[in-house]
Design a protein around this ligand. Structure first.
Ligand SMILES: [Ca+2]
Length: 493
């Protein structure tokens, strides 16, 4: 008789020891993984956080933090949908995976972590927004079941490509995707552990909540960020491109208006409230997934991770956008819940990035990355989630390459430590930026020209270039122009 069976029988005979302990331990090597990704959900729009607007309700995300872990300092390495998604799926920086914008097909040779999990015996499924390779909704490698949409998809009555067959659903995007994920879970008869990759379109612009929640926050007070006003104080020390960008389509005074501002600018309070309602709708759907896990007693062997693909400025520095290296753009919500594996109320202060997701989920699942596959840049923070101390990075690297379609943001590279941020601008006649996040968390005062900080700036620049050089990031991509350039400089209002 195998030793495991003997141990199991022994446990059966010992009073007071739950039989399930043995079963759980055995299954524990390969927990189910539920990875939920939202689009442009900023780091502080979580009800439990002191920084959140007071009216915002996210009880289910709050529950994940309360019963699991909140990674308080979570960042992306490129703040743009497709490059960030590629970093999540490959564990690589943009300069390694090669997905530099939202338009082009995925580069040849790219490998996604669900492929490794599938090969290691996981039953895998994908739902929602993929976005890499904008024009294709065809199933991608790594998933037994695929229900994805093309590009940005639709908020209402979305069409999904389900394993090669297109089907149009009635309803609101986040609800439809969750429903499809739940149907897959309910109908699966597979004994293998599963990976559920649920990727929402919301709350991405135009910030559509479910119709039932539209107007829920109509009377909520709107928060105007300190750096939003078009004043000398706000722009006195900032690089010139920062003020210039507010005169483009992602500026608060011109958001998505036509050439020469012929269209009305959407109202800020309206956008602020709809965005919050869209986040609330996501939370409600996260709750539906958790309810399924509760009802089917999957909690003891399931890891749920919730994350945003990049941040979003709601008025900060005069922007509605990401791309840049400001905190609102690069920080994301990141929660991990696994009863029995992650202690309730865990708060992780370390600097974690999107490139760490793949190695972390692989380690949590006990899956080794196969030999001869592209090396990952990220590290597993699974030990941190479990309360263990491991050596960890004390700085993060950020990169963004200028896009022909959205030319208002220059190519930029940044190094952020716990306290400092240095931003290097490439290919633009402008100054660099240095922010002290401890004394100036809203990054209103660029210290780059302050004599007292000259050495600090030089040291950080040197550290940034050491990092870039070591990682092989000293090459800027030059993609062939495709699509429409949204380069109209709007009238100042
Ligand atoms: Ca995004």
């Amino acid at each position: 008789m195998p030793v495991n069976r003997l141990v199991f029988l022994f446990l059966l005979l010992v009073p007071g020891i739950r039989v399930f302990a043995a079963v759980d331990a055995r299954a524990g090597a390969q927990p189910n993984i539920v990875y939920i990704l939202s689009d442009d959900h900023r780091w502080d729009w979580l009800g439990f956080m002191p920084e959140a607007p007071r009216f915002l309700e996210t009880p289910h995300l709050d529950r994940l933090a309360r019963e699991g872990a909140h990674v308080r300092n979570a960042f992306v390495s490129t703040s743009l949908c497709s490059p960030s998604r590629a970093s999540i799926l490959t564990g690589q920086y943009m300069h390694h995976h090669g997905v530099v914008d939202n338009q082009r097909p995925e580069p040849a040779g790219i490998r996604y972590f669900p492929e490794y999990m599938q090969a290691a015996g996981y039953h895998t499924a994908f739902f929602g927004k993929w976005h890499m390779g904008h024009d294709s909704d065809e199933p991608r490698p790594g998933f037994h079941h695929w229900a994805g949409f093309r590009g940005q998809g639709e908020y209402t009555d979305p069409t999904l490509n389900i394993n090669g067959q297109r089907r149009t659903f009635t309803g609101y995007s986040t609800d439809v995707l969750t429903e499809q994920a739940l149907v897959w879970l309910k109908e699966r008869r597979d004994p293998r552990p599963f990976v559920l990759y649920l990727s929402f379109k919301a709350p991405h612009f135009p910030f559509e909540p479910a119709p039932r929640h539209r107007g829920r926050y109509d009377s909520a007070s709107v928060r105007y960020p300190d750096t939003m006003a078009n004043t000398e104080e706000n722009y006195a020390t900032q690089p010139r491109w920062v003020r210039e960008r507010r005169y483009g389509i992602h500026g608060v005074d011109h958001m998505e208006t036509g050439r020469f501002d012929q269209d009305p600018v959407p109202s800020f309070p309206e956008l602020f409230r709809r965005y919050s309602e869209a986040v609330h709708t996501i939370d409600e759907n996260v709750g539906r997934v958790l309810e399924y896990i509760d009802t089917n007693r999957l909690g003891e062997n399931t890891l749920v991770v919730y994350m945003g693909d990049n941040g979003f400025a709601l008025g900060e520095h005069g922007f509605y956008d990401k791309r840049d290296a400001y905190e609102t753009s690069i920080r994301v919500p990141l929660l991990a819940w696994a009863p029995g594996r992650i202690k309730p109320g865990t708060v992780i202060p370390q600097l974690v990035q999107n490139i760490d997701i793949a190695p972390t989920l692989l380690e949590a699942a006990g899956v080794k990355q196969p030999a001869q596959t592209p090396a990952m840049d990220g590290a597993s923070f699974w030990p941190l989630l479990q309360g263990r101390t491991v050596p960890w990075r004390d700085e993060i690297l950020y990169e963004y390459h200028w896009e022909w379609n959205f030319p208002a943001t220059p190519t930029l590279f940044a190094l952020r430590t716990e306290r400092w941020k240095y931003v290097y601008h490439h290919g633009v006649w402008d100054i660099d930026a240095l922010y002290d996040l401890q004394t100036d968390p809203i990054e209103r005062h660029n210290l780059i020209k302050v004599p007292a900080f000259r050495e600090q700036a030089a040291a950080l620049r040197s550290r940034l270039f050491d990092s870039l050089e070591k990682s092989g990031a000293l090459r800027v991509t030059l993609p062939r122009p495709a699509g429409d350039p949204l380069h109209d400089r709007k009238l100042a209002r």
